[in-house]
Write a new protein. Structure first.
Ligand SMILES: [Zn+2]
Length: 224
């Protein structure tokens, strides 16, 4: 299934006259003039960046071959790797004796149309398992010799979730099939997640970000 529904502002050119763009109407007003009689005014903005998609999936498993947390520079908000036995931020060049750590769980999620990798972010994992990366690292039973995949995370597998992902430029323009979750509703939260007020909130939030043409697994609910 293709989601090539809208053109982007970036793609506009003189090759044709008709384009399909998404806009948000911020204000619509009616007026009247002596010459033209009734008229209607619109104040609209073009929506043109990325979009959010909500999907109901089963977490088959977390990919345990990749590390479940990352070291990062809090100032630049980018991950940093150990190079020459030191952690140095590639952007601000700061060297960290002990860098900040956050979850970076890669889940392999399936619905009846296929499987996609979805990365779970720190905030959502903490909320779901009730532990920070530091809590787990400090717990010998969780990590044993350091290589064991933590039980607290393992318990999040094999369950169905409502996951809201961000579809980015990389996904649409560069063909990346790896998505990042912004919101993950656990099985026990999924009823509450469908309440009218929650839905309204997520729609408003989703409308504030924008849209790219894309191809991605079907059966995902798009908010416009
Ligand atoms: Zn930095």
């Amino acid at each position: 299934m293709s989601f090539n529904k809208y053109d982007t502002v970036e793609d506009l050119n003189d090759s044709k006259h008709d384009w399909l763009l998404r806009v948000r109407a911020q204000a619509i007003w009616k007026g009247i003039t002596k010459e033209t009689k009734d008229f209607r005014g619109y104040n609209v903005i073009f929506i043109d960046d990325c979009k959010m998609v909500e999907c109901k999936v089963t977490v088959k498993k977390f990919d345990k071959k990749v590390k479940w947390y990352s070291n990062f520079c809090a100032k630049c908000d980018i991950n940093i790797e150990l190079v020459d036995r030191k952690y140095q931020c590639g952007q601000c060049r700061k060297i960290f004796p002990y860098p900040d750590k956050r979850y970076q769980l890669t889940s392999l999620c399936s619905d009846n149309t296929g499987t996609v990798p979805i990365i779970w972010t720190d905030e959502e994992v903490i909320r779901l398992c009730g532990k920070t990366v530091y809590d787990i690292i400090a717990d010998d039973e969780e990590v044993e010799d350091g290589d064991k995949f933590p039980t607290a995370l393992q318990e999040l597998e094999k369950k169905e979730y409502n996951i809201t992902i961000i579809v980015t430029k990389e996904n649409v323009k560069e063909g990346s099939k790896v998505y990042t979750a912004t919101k993950i509703a656990a099985p026990n939260e999924m009823c509450g997640n469908h309440s009218p007020s929650q839905k309204e909130n997520s729609e408003v939030k989703a409308t504030e970000i924008s849209n790219f043409n894309m191809s991605s697994p079907p059966h995902w609910q798009f908010y416009y």
